[in-house]
Design a protein around this ligand. Structure first.
Ligand code: IMP
Ligand code: MG
Length: 178
């Protein structure tokens, strides 16, 4: 099952313990009105499902896709948003569920996207963050772990579509891209 060469960065037990803590904090903060939970697919699915099953009332998970382009070729860092058209976000508090905040561009773009469609507020829960890679400053309201600049896989995160199913967070490459 663990026939791969990648070192463990965060083991499964630590991930689950931390997600339980995040769920407790989120449940307390949104006691009066549950947020609209929006998963930034595909990488955040595993995190989102673990988190959502610990929230009261088994809230539904909505999905949105964000794809970045040009990071290696230009500095524009454009992020295209897809699949969010039917989301009932007008007048709602949106809680974005993300696997990892890297440059911050995806979250910045999604925040703007939801506010433009009438969301009353946008917060972010992310399993991981790489603060040393930040290009756009973004607030991460509920953060699992800060990590150094390395490329990680597992627990839903992939490289070229591979390794999502590995049960913990592993280091694919020590030094970051770009
Ligand atoms: P950002 O827009 O640069 O913050 O990047 C966000 C997206 O890049 C994340 O949602 C991930 O999908 C992907 N990403 C960034 N770093 C990693 C990593 O170390 N492993 C897997 N995906 C990553
Ligand atoms: Mg992601």
């Amino acid at each position: 099952m663990t026939a791969h060469p990648f070192p463990v960065l965060i083991d499964r037990e630590s991930l689950l313990v931390r997600i339980r803590e995040l769920a407790r904090a989120i449940a307390a903060d949104y006691e009066d009105e549950p947020p609209l939970l929006v998963v930034v697919i595909e990488g955040a699915r595993t995190f989102a499902h673990e988190l959502a099953r610990l929230l009261p009332g088994q809230p539904p998970l909505f999905e949105i896709r964000a794809a970045s382009y040009g990071e290696s070729t230009t500095s524009s860092g454009q992020v295209d948003v897809a699949g969010g058209d039917g989301l009932p976000c007008a007048g709602k508090q949106v809680l974005l569920l993300e696997d990892i905040v890297d440059t911050g561009r995806t979250i910045a773009r999604l925040r703007e996207w939801f506010l433009a469609r009438g969301a009353s507020g946008v917060r972010v829960a992310s399993l991981l963050s790489k603060p040393s890679r930040r290009v756009v400053p973004v607030a991460v309201d509920y953060l699992g772990f800060e990590i150094d600049d390395c490329f990680v896989i597992g627990f839903g995160m992939d490289v070229g579509g591979r390794y999502r199913e590995l049960p913990e967070v592993l280091v694919f490459e020590q030094s970051g891209r770009g």
